[in-house]
Design a protein around this ligand. Sequence first.
Ligand code: FES
Length: 218
Amino acid sequence: MTKFSSVDPDLDRRRFVHAALGVTVGVSGLSFLTIIGSARPVTRETPDRLPPTSGDVLVHAEGDQTGMPVDPGTLTPQPTRAYPQGVVAGQPVVKSGDPDNLLLISRFPVAALRPPTDLQAAPEGIVVYSAACQHLGCPVGWKNQDETYLCPCHSGNYDPKRGCTVIGGPPPRPLPQLPVTLRGGQLIATATFLTPPYGVSDQDFDTYIRRSEMTEKP
Ligand code: FES
């Protein structure tokens, strides 16, 4: 009996090829993951992503008046879509870069509004809320039959006359109210949202408020 075991040259060649392929696949996989990683969008702070804040003017988000200040006299229960416009680095900026900043503005008879609506923040029956659904962030729409806000994605239902309390569907909390005042025939925010908008936790809300203060005051 020899001390050398017999070696199958084909077997060794197959092992080598498999090992080489393993390395190749590993490197390729790593490269692929690197590419995917570098392709992931990076969220950067830009002026149009800043939260609404005191002094922002509410401007139309759509239609032939896009970018024009909302005239409070034209408002009805059916919401008008708007964005806050502030001044950043000396330039007016429409803050349309964050879906949380899409706003719904409704006007009801003053007597129709009930807590937990912040009535001090709702002049002449005008209430303003973020349109981003608190469930998964879809933009909320209008349900004419009972004058409520309805999310088209999973039927989240909010009552804008009662602080956008959830009255149906899966949203875990109300849409946040934006406090506003009337000045010079325009709607002006007096602070940022009163409660965290979609995607902002209670713990992160202080940071969110500090970001809102990066907008210049008029
Ligand atoms: S995203 Fe609005 S109910 Fe699901």
